[in-house]
Design a protein around this ligand. Sequence first.
Ligand SMILES: [Zn+2]
Ligand SMILES: [Zn+2]
Length: 359
Amino acid sequence: MRAAVMSEPNVALSVEEVTPVEIRPTDVIVRIGASGLCHSDLLFLQGHSPFEPPLVLGHEGAGVVEDVGSAVRSVTVGDRVVCSWVPACGACWYCVRGETRHCPELMSAYTEPKLRRPDGTIAARMTGVGSFAEAAVLDERALVKVQTDLPDEQLALIGCGVTTGVGAALNTAAVAPGSTVVVLGCGGVGQSVIQGSRIAGAARIVAVDPVALKRDVALKLGATDAVDPGSESTIDVVKGLTGGRGADYAFEVAGLEPTLTSAFELIRPGGTIIMVGVQEHGARIQWSPLDMLMQGKTLRGCWYGGADVRVEFPRLIRLAESGRLDLASMVSRRITLDQVNDGLDAIERGEVIRSVIVN
Ligand SMILES: [Zn+2]
Ligand SMILES: [Zn+2]
């Protein structure tokens, strides 16, 4: 099966034939139907990876079960599945509380060498997934079986960006009906925060992004206002919409320290900042703890949408099937596996909401 391998940071991925080193009893071979290109793939390629290359990138995938190991019970050949980039054991302290996103039991699976390259070296899989491929080997606990007629290119997005963004609004923030929301950064995750806030009943949703395409899509997906931070003051717009108070919620999705710092001034006393974007190692929060205390503001970290994947993925599918969650509008480009490097470049240039590899 062909897969896109990162050999070293800042070197283009090479699409090559790889073969599984072994198939363990709990392993599943998934024929990947589609894989979204997420900003985290680009960050890994740029050297911000906790895992040593060589590494098959891709962590936002969906497809069909092609073969199963002898002990696999949760899926069978022919099942449609969405990959979960936190393999959730289902039995640990976190999993039994519905916090599968913190499951520590399968972290070792992340770095297990799984795939042999043509030159004989062994590659690992990004977060135990490695979906930039025609097929992938995953532990069954990294898969969620789904029953739907939605296309793989939409299901794939649920594996990372949509769960993260919609979950940030519905689970982490629990956005209240009638509230005012600011979304800082409107790529795939930010658009999902906007949709989650719309589904929750937010009255004003302010989308902030320097890229015109992203602002336009945001307005289509539920934003009531769009701000180009290069030409207007976000804080002036937000204060103008809220009687000078500030927003109830600010979602920092860009993963940038200055943006996170600015979020503090965008929320009202008693408001909440939700950190969704992945900050660089070493980044520090720049605001005053005393101000935070006296203004009663809250900061919440959002990891994988605060979701329990086995509940969240089917819920998101039901929302999409009912027309309340628009996944189709988030697919900006369909590309082939061989075009994966062009797709990563397009993320860096801010040209897309999501490019999706469709096999
Ligand atoms: Zn991702
Ligand atoms: Zn667990």
